[in-house]
Design a protein around this ligand. Structure first.
Ligand SMILES: *Cc1c(COP(=O)(O)O)cnc(C)c1O
Length: 388
């Protein structure tokens, strides 16, 4: 099976992890901070807080921004469930903004319309989480302008987008957001096994997220709320978690970060080849946007003259041919858990129409030209089978 995504691990990655295993520290050693500093250098952000997953990163980002009961968080339905669940973890209400039919990212027009309605009935969101779907940045300048006007905070879910750029700056620089979150799950652009990070330019937010990562404990005597009991003292001043990442993971992350630029170039080469190879087929290839240099986590095509039945036939034929195509994403509001909260099919028609026709083709740095041809041949056959 040719998978849809896969990590690329070379000898330098292996050596880096083995070296950590022989060191004094397996976790909570010097590499966590080194990894954070390297991420700051890459993104141009002032602070980075590395944690054990992007899901944890989204959770502590929401908490640091003060999200709680009585608040609401909005995100896109075309994402992994984690982008929405973080709001529920904090006791907030979650709602969605439909997508743009060309970029598949959160529609700025839909966001503006929803904000206008929410202002009238006093239900404006505290946080909006745009997701840079497939690695292509959302229209952050426009979303940031709406944040200024309506007073909400922005967390960029850039789980797909490390190595990408927006208006010639690295995604994660937080020029148009409060916090950016990246994922280092093995299918993403670079990996630490499991892992994630929050970047921000706000020191107060960074300090708070560092604390929430480790039980809400501080060793900074300035923050103590009781007199210090001695040099051993640490004080828990709020409720946090164990969301720590290990030195072993950060060793891998540091080594992978060195390969990031090469990974993105390889992904672009693959996307360019797909664009050409797919030209004769009845499929819509991903749009390109001059504001954004995509990290190309995913290469998503849409089938033309499509419905859910035809897409299912193509999907099944591809899987039968040994091609690990995938679907990104089942709209979050149609998940059983969200339907039980009152959402229903039909609520976000653009996301649902897109979902009925989308197909993610294999895309990862080690995918060979020959494998890519195999994917396109299988797709050609699959499309012929379903039309005949
Ligand atoms: C993968 C992913 C997450 C969750 O990342 P983990 O590191 O697995 O917790 C969140 N949001 C999006 C958009 C993702 O693709």
């Amino acid at each position: 099976m040719i998978p849809y995504g896969k990590q690329s691990i070379d000898q330098s990655d292996i050596d880096a992890v083995v070296e950590t295993l022989r060191s004094d520290w397996l976790t909570q050693g010097p590499l966590v901070e080194q990894f954070e500093q390297a991420l700051c250098k890459h993104t141009g952000s002032a602070h980075a807080v590395a944690v054990n997953s992007a899901t944890s990163a989204l959770h502590i980002a929401c908490l640091a921004l003060g999200l709680g009961e009585g608040d609401s968080l909005w995100t896109t339905p075309n994402t992994f469930v984690a982008s929405a669940n973080c709001g529920l973890y904090c006791g907030a209400k979650v709602d969605f903004v439909d997508i743009d039919p060309v970029s598949y990212n959160m529609s700025v027009t839909a966001l503006e319309q929803k904000l206008q309605l929410a202002e009238k009935d006093n239900s404006l969101p505290k946080i909006v989480i745009p997701v840079h779907f497939s690695g292509t940045s959302c229209d952050m300048r426009a979303i940031h302008a709406l944040a200024q006007q309506y007073g909400f905070k922005i967390i960029e879910d850039a789980s797909h987008a490390i190595g990408g750029r927006y208006l010639d700056k690295p995604v994660g620089c937080c020029e148009y957001s409060d916090i950016t979150v990246f994922s280092f799950h093995p299918v993403k652009i670079i990996t630490t096994g499991e892992g994630g990070v929050c970047t921000t330019n706000d020191k107060t937010l960074a300090d708070r997220m560092h604390r929430l990562r480790s039980h809400g404990i501080t060793r900074d005597t300035d923050l103590f709320t009781q007199a210090p009991q001695g040099a051993w003292d640490y004080q828990q001043i709020e409720l946090g978690f164990n969301y720590r990442i290990t030195d072993m993971q950060c060793a891998l992350g540091l080594s992978q970060l060195k390969r990031l630029e090469e990974f993105i170039e390889l992904r672009h080469g693959l996307a360019d080849s797909y664009d050409v190879l797919l030209e004769p087929l009845d499929v819509i290839t991903p749009s390109r946007n001059s504001d954004s240099y995509s990290a190309l986590h995913l290469y998503v095509i849409k089938l033309e003259q499509c419905d859910a039945h035809r897409r299912r036939q193509v999907f099944d034929a591809m899987r039968a041919a040994g091609i690990g195509v995938n679907i990104h994403y089942i709209p979050v509001h149609t998940q059983p858990y969200y339907q039980a909260m009152g959402f229903k099919p039909g609520d976000f028609p653009q996301a649902e129409a897109y979902y009925a026709c989308c197909l993610s083709l294999p895309m990862y740095p080690d995918l060979s030209t020959q494998q890519q041809q195999t994917v396109v041949d299988a797709l050609t056959d699959a499309l012929q089978q379903v039309t005949s």
